[in-house]
Every structure is written in C-alpha cells, then in structure tokens.
Design a protein around this ligand. Structure first.
Ligand SMILES: O=C(O)CCc1c2[nH]c(c1CC(=O)O)Cc1[nH]c(c(CC(=O)O)c1CCC(=O)O)Cc1[nH]c(c(CC(=O)O)c1CCC(=O)O)Cc1[nH]c(c(CCC(=O)O)c1CC(=O)O)C2
Ligand SMILES: C[S@@+](CC[C@H](N)C(=O)[O-])C[C@H]1O[C@@H](n2cnc3c(N)ncnc32)[C@H](O)[C@@H]1O
Length: 359
C-alpha cells in the first residue's frame, strides 16, 4: 500500500513546510535537497477520490479508507458534508478557493506530513477522481519526493457523473462518438486552446463558470461551433442543490447569470442533450431508440421530418398507449399541455430537435 524510504524524516517535515511557504520553490527540489535526514515518518498515505458529492457514489475502497477510525482525513473544500460525516477519525478541510490555491496546498502538505510523522494513516480526500484536474499526479510526486508512496483510489469524476446526473449521455450512438474534457482555467489563469468543432463530439468543461461568456463566444468565433449548439450546466451534481440550466452557445451565459449559477458546475457542450424531460426512464430510453430508428429508416429514403415524427408517434402510441404527439424540425417554438410524465424535448441528430408529448 505504501513504502517509506529511509531518507524521509520528521525534521524534513518541519523544514519543508517552512521553506515551502517562504520560497515558493518546487517541493521535489526541496525534498531531495535533504536526502539524508535522520528519522522517518512512520505513517502511510492513501489518496482517495470522493466522487462528486453523493456518498452513494463513493467506491467501497474509498468508504473503507475514510471510515478508518485511526485515519487523519485531509479533505479538499468541495468534498460534500455528507461524505465528511462518514469520517470516523479526525478531518481537516483545506480552503482551496480560486485565487488562494497555493497557500492552501502548502497547508495540505504540512498537515499530511505532520500526520505521517506521527505514524498516522493519512487519507488525502479529493473531489471526483484524484487524477482528473485535481493535482493528484502532482501530489503523488511530492509525497514520493518526501519518501512516502501513496496508494491512490480512483473516484467517480464529475466530468462523467455530472452530465449523467443531469440526464445527458456524453456519448450516444449516432450522435456523439467522442468526448473531450477541458478546463475553463488553465494554469495561472490562462485560457486553454479550444478544439475545433466536430459534430460528433461532446465537450465537457470543468472550472469554467467564471469563463462561460468568453468560452461560448470563442467556441463560436474561433472554434467554428454553430451558435445553436446545445449547452447544459449541471450545478452541484449529486448534491442536494443539484440543478441543470439548459441553453445554447448564444444564450447560456445570460441564463447562467440570471439563474446565478455558481461553481462547482460542469458544462456540457454538444448535441447529446435531452433538453427537458418529464418522463419515466423507460420512456426516455424508448424515445431515443425509436427516434434513432425513425431517422435511420426515413432519412435514407429521403423522407421529410413529418414522416419521422409520424414514425416516433406511432412507436409511442404502440408502446405507451394512444394520444401521443410529435414535432421534429430544425427550428420551432411550441407551447403544449401534456399529461404528467409524458413530455420530452431532445435530439438524436445534430441540429434536429424532437418534441414528444401526450395530451
Ligand atoms: O493555476 C491556478 O491555479 C490559477 C488558475 C485557475 C485554475 N482554476 C481556477 C483558476 C482561477 C483562480 O484560481 O483564480 C478556478 C477554479 N479553481 C477551483 C475551481 C472550482 C471551484 O471553486 O468550485 C475553479 C473554477 C471556478 C469556476 O467554475 O469558475 C478550485 C480547484 N482547482 C483545482 C483544484 C484541485 C486541487 O488543486 O487540488 C481545486 C480545489 C478543489 C477543492 O478544494 O475542493 C485544480 C486546478 N486549478 C487549475 C488547474 C489547471 C488546469 C490546467 O492547466 O490543466 C487545476 C488542475 C490541476 O492543477 O491539476 C487552474
Ligand atoms: C478542480 S476540478 C476537480 C475535478 C475532480 N477531480 C473530478 O474528477 O470530478 C473542480 C471542478 O469539477 C467540477 N465538479 C466537481 N464536483 C462537481 C459537482 N458535484 N457538480 C458539478 N461539477 C462538479 C466543477 O467543474 C468544478 O469546478
């Protein structure tokens, strides 16, 4: 699970934590600069992915680690209170807010090294998956430089879990066969290069709420995205305040501002959206299957959207009782009255939208 090299030491811990803050040097350099310190930390370190927030999305291994009564848990700020409530030992939460990450990071190393020097099982608890935009790799290198080899437990990443919890598949047969994950903020606040538009691609942005307006503008003007490309923001996925704001590249920044969207939120750009749904899971998956079938059968025969709509409606009448209506097209407005749990607005083909409801 871990190894401790003879060169790591408790005096190293003290010196390191002080030098860290003062000099801003890389820790690897600092630790290797003191290779022959006399004593060793006797603890062990497990780096654990906490998933997006819902305790039910912890892995069994993660639950074992955080509920070890002997563990000192050093947690990131975004880990949910429900998960922290499962900690049986001591817990300390780092205040790693945007703008003060480096200070908090130094405090984290100080806490971890302190626990290790006291022979504790230190659990470094990180949001989502530790190696996905989480500095996990960086931390492993630092701990290794200190002579401690952490065991790393993967977590459910918000990159995939947040879209799913918002009802959006990141890949979908016939619609999206590629997924790109991207940060809104690069190192030291830079903006990452955007990949050119590809109709079969879903792009998932994390750490991007503060950059949403600039990002949507650049996706259109620099990366060639159609302005009506669907965008959804899933805020607080897996947490009690979860909500999804939907729009397109032109209107999403205004909607986010109006709705006061805050981090942590994951932003999904691409055509795989089920925009609005008030249907059972069974109906949702049937709607997608029947619609894909309708497009495959009718588009190849050169038939128009009305024929596709008729096919979808007939499929739903047959499977879920008569009374269904369907509209298919590239651009339309609608205002419909529907029975409870019988409404869905979605797409299975880029740029073509389907409205399905039972009156
Ligand atoms: O380089 C910097 O840290 C400053 C640039 C900056 C970043 N995020 C940012 C800012 C603005 C700011 O802090 O003012 C902005 C930032 N930092 C953060 C968030 C998420 C939030 O506050 O809800 C956000 C996004 C806020 C938003 O959606 O607008 C916090 C953050 N970033 C990060 C972490 C993970 C960690 O540090 O352990 C954490 C902490 C999580 C926690 O404590 O629970 C990681 C991070 N920040 C950043 C990156 C670089 C991405 C890349 O280049 O590939 C990375 C990924 C990495 O280092 O592996 C850059
Ligand atoms: C620093 S990154 C860490 C990502 C994390 N390691 C993972 O794999 O999920 C933080 C970003 O992850 C996303 N995120 C984390 N938890 C989230 C949640 N519960 N709901 C929505 N997005 C979340 C947000 O984009 C947030 O700004």
């Amino acid at each position: 699970m871990f190894t401790i090299s003879p060169r790591a030491s408790s005096s190293l811990y003290t010196e390191t934590s002080v030098t860290f803050v003062a000099s801003g040097m890389s820790s690897t350099a600092l630790f290797s600069s003191n290779p022959s310190s006399p004593s060793s930390p006797t603890g062990r370190l497990t780096m654990v992915g906490a998933g997006p927030g819902d305790p039910n999305l912890l892995t069994v291994a993660a639950l074992h680690s955080i509920s070890d009564p002997e563990a000192l848990v050093i947690s990131d700020r975004l880990v949910s209170q429900e998960i922290l409530d499962l900690v049986k030992g001591e817990v300390r939460v780092a205040n790693k807010s945007p703008g003060c990450a480096d200070k908090a990071q130094n405090e984290i190393y100080t806490w971890c090294l302190g626990g290790l020097a006291e022979g504790k099982h230190v659990v470094r608890l990180k949001i989502g998956d530790p190696f996905v935009f989480g500095r996990g790799g960086e931390e492993v290198l630092k701990f290794r430089g200190m002579g401690v080899e952490p065991k790393v437990i993967p977590g459910v990443s918000a990159v995939f879990a947040a879209p799913l919890l918002g009802g959006i598949p990141v890949t979908h047969r016939g619609v999206a066969n590629q997924v790109v994950m991207c940060t809104g903020y690069g190192r030291e606040g830079t903006s990452p290069d955007l990949i050119k538009y590809h109709p079969d691609q879903t792009v998932v942005f994390v750490m991007a709420v503060g950059r949403l307006r600039e990002l949507s503008r650049k996706l259109i003007s620099m990366a060639g995205y159609p302005p009506d490309t669907p965008v959804a923001i899933v805020e607080q996925a897996g947490n009690p305040g979860q909500r999804t704001i939907r729009g397109n590249l032109v209107d999403i920044a205004d909607k986010a501002e109006r709705e006061n969207v805050k981090p942590p939120s994951t932003i999904v750009v691409g055509d795989t959206h089920i925009y609005a749904e008030d249907m059972t899971d069974e109906m949702c998956s049937s709607a997608i299957t029947i619609s894909q079938e309708a497009f495959q059968m009718n588009v190849t025969k050169g038939k128009v959207y009305a024929t596709i709509a008729a096919h979808i409606r007939a499929g739903f009448d047959k499977s879920f009782g008569r009374g269904w209506n369907c509209v298919v097209g590239r651009s339309f407005g609608a205002f419909v009255t529907h029975e409870i749990k019988t409404y869905m607005y979605f797409t299975v083909v880029p740029g073509v939208y389907i409205l399905l409801w039972k009156a």
